[in-house]
Design a protein around this ligand. Structure first.
Ligand SMILES: *[C@@H]1O[C@H](CO)[C@@H](O)[C@H](O)[C@H]1NC(C)=O
Length: 218
């Protein structure tokens, strides 16, 4: 497989990830983002890992862009995509009056599983902040079938905060009925939203006035 990473990408705004303020990020080929150093691991581990690394993993498994697929990243500090993300965050977290001042988008587009050239899997992570609050969105498109494991979610140093998207490490992760693509924690199939400046799941679940549906127990 091709277990590479982007270079260190300087962030236009610092990103608070559970109390750690980061000013750079790595987009790793095997479906995850790290901050301090690139990460080449192609063998997913279950969260919580109780490790030494902050990691945002929309789809951690053995991927290979040499046969097909591309990995893109871009950041914005203004413009229509930033406004769209602002609207989405306010819909999912309505009490915060959030206005994004930065978004970072990493997209794994039609990437192949190693060594299965021809398989096409598309997913995305979106990071955003207003300087105080920070959020991660994970978006899932078409997920090709595969028999190996996938870990989706996020983890932190020593796993003080972590989340696993239901279906990780199961046969439900991939294929046309992937629970990542069909499921959601914000009632938008294929989209998962997390507040990550501090633990957010309980706030999200008990948000007063929210009519969001939660298809999975946590
Ligand atoms: C996906 O779900 C649909 C509807 O339940 C079902 O008809 C189909 O067989 C499923 N496909 C696979 C590959 O499991």
């Amino acid at each position: 497989s091709y277990d590479g990473s982007s270079p260190a990408i300087p962030l236009s705004r610092s990103f608070n990830y559970f109390g750690q303020s980061y000013s750079q990020i790595y987009v790793n080929h095997n479906g995850d983002l790290t901050f301090v150093s690139p990460w080449s691991s192609f063998t997913p581990q279950r969260f919580p890992m109780y490790g030494t690394r902050d990691v945002i993993a929309p789809f951690w498994t053995d991927l290979d862009t040499r046969g097909n697929g591309d990995i893109y990243y871009i950041q914005y500090t203004s413009g229509s995509i930033l406004q769209q993300v602002t609207q989405d965050i306010n819909r999912y977290f309505p009490a915060l009056n959030f206005q994004a001042n930065w978004i970072f988008i990493a997209t794994w587009y039609e990437v192949a599983y190693f060594p299965m050239t021809g398989t096409q899997t598309t997913f995305q992570a979106v990071l955003t902040t207003n300087g105080q609050y920070s959020f991660v969105l994970m978006n899932y498109g078409s997920i090709a079938s595969m028999s190996r494991y996938v870990q989706a979610g996020y983890d932190t140093i020593s796993s003080s905060h972590h989340f696993t998207i239901p279906g990780s490490f199961s046969s439900d992760a991939t294929g046309p009925n992937s629970t990542f693509s069909l499921g959601s924690n914000v009632n938008v199939p294929g989209r998962w939203a997390f507040r990550v400046d501090h633990g957010s799941l309980l706030l999200l679940l008990y948000q007063p006035g929210s009519d969001e549906k939660f298809p999975f127990s946590v």
